[in-house]
Design a protein around this ligand. Structure first.
Ligand code: NAI
Length: 272
């Protein structure tokens, strides 16, 4: 008897940036729920191999027959890499049902020194990549019965400004509106598009504080629930939104953030 609901049985999913962090947790959860999964990465082969093993183990633990999980190497900011990845998947699997645009990068772009090159690099990965991958997926979804699902990994910085990181904040705000726009454009064509906005999550992206107890306490002091998330805290919502249980949900952004988007400064009234 599988330990997890089998809401994604028979579905085929691509998770970009799936070698580690949030993407890895999502990929594993998808496999636990019965999906066949491809994890994409750009230059993270050792972690990707480990994740592939974890996917195979998840499938075995769920008591399911061996699945054709795969690794797809490619840079999501390069349209030709995306086209090649999709072509390889459709040729191997004959179909794709779920695209998770999760790969993302973050670096400082102070408002008084940022360059077009700095901004362009972040936008290319975090926003243009998801837009191009969505176009390729949507064409596939429209060309067959059943439609498909797109999930975008956004951030609390879709709505919360991030001083010093304007390009990152812009990219995530844009991803929120890409989500809403494509959701409306294809709502009557069987394509659902939603976003998940993580709060502070313990991944390599947060190397600056995750292993330093003092810095971590400082970060966590700003989170209403008092602790940073594990990637596994994100994964169940992706599985739900990818499944038919969410068949009437499109164009939404779900923030999974321990309360970060609740204006924590207002916890103790100071304004009246
Ligand atoms: P991570 O750094 O652990 O993982 C990022 C993944 O993206 C890796 O697999 C990496 O190989 C891949 N990647 C990066 N650039 C790529 C490219 N050009 N092409 C293909 N793959 C590429 O980071 P994490 O934290 O798991 O981040 C995943 C997503 O979650 C990102 O979009 C990030 O912006 C978002 N996020 C993370 C938060 C956090 O606190 N960790 C908070 C809010 C959002």
């Amino acid at each position: 008897m599988p330990q997890f609901p089998q809401r994604l049985a028979g579905r085929h999913a691509l998770v970009t940036g799936g070698s580690r962090g949030i993407g890895k947790a999502v990929a594993i959860r998808f496999a636990q729920e019965g999906a066949v999964v491809a994890i994409n990465h750009r230059n993270d082969p050792d972690a990707a191999r480990e994740t592939l093993e974890a996917l195979n183990a998840a499938t075995a633990q769920a008591g399911l027959p061996q699945a054709a999980h795969r690794i797809e190497v490619g840079d999501v900011s390069r349209e030709q890499d995306l086209e090649a990845m999709f072509a390889a998947l459709v040729s191997a699997w004959g179909r794709l049902d779920i695209l998770v645009n999760n790969a993302g990068v973050q670096s400082e772009t102070p408002g008084d020194t940022m360059t077009a090159e700095d901004i362009g690099r972040i936008i290319a990965v975090n926003l243009e990549g998801p837009a191009m991958a969505s176009r390729i997926a949507i064409r596939h979804f429209l060309g067959r019965p059943g439609g498909g699902v797109i999930l975008n990994t956004s951030s609390v910085h879709q709505v919360i400004p991030k001083p010093g990181y304007a390009a990152y904040a812009m990219s995530k705000a844009g991803l929120g509106h890409l989500t809403r726009t494509l959701a409306l454009e294809f709502a009557d064509k069987g394509v659902r598009v939603n976003a998940i906005g993580p709060g502070a999550t313990v991944t390599a992206m947060n190397d600056a504080w995750r292993d330093d107890p003092q810095k971590r306490r400082a970060v966590e002091s700003h989170i209403p629930m008092g602790f940073a998330a594990d990637p596994e805290d994100m994964a169940p919502a992706y599985a739900f939104l990818a499944s038919d249980e969410a068949r009437y949900i499109t164009g939404q952004s779900l923030f999974i953030d321990g309360g970060l988007t609740l204006y924590p400064d207002f916890k103790h009234n100071w304004s009246s």
